[in-house]
Design a protein. Structure first.
Length: 93
């Protein structure tokens, strides 16, 4: 929602952190709080007022390394390689 639409409806526009968390990364408040090591209330405050730059960067980094499906839980991308924990999937050299 643009700032003008939010103002017309009597609401304060959401922060860039909210848009990154919800629309880009796709995390709900509980999962974002768990990932960032803060409370759900702090996530709600950051959604309204904005978050520290480091929190936004952590979400972006997590999103780039995370395989976004429940059945792939525990798998990540690291240096262009799909990994599970310390194991490496793919060709061996």
């Amino acid at each position: 929602m643009t700032e003008t639409k939010a103002k017309k409806r009597g609401r304060k526009p959401k922060s860039t952190f909210y848009h990154l968390r919800w629309h880009t990364v796709g995390l709900n408040e509980e999962r974002a709080a768990e990932l960032l090591g803060v409370s759900v209330e702090e996530i709600q405050q950051w959604d309204r007022d904005g978050a520290p730059l480091m929190a936004e960067r952590l979400l972006q980094l997590w999103d780039h390394k995370h395989v976004g499906h429940d059945s792939w839980d525990g798998w990540t991308f690291s240096r262009g390689v799909l990994r599970r924990g310390k194991l490496r999937a793919g060709r061996r050299k």
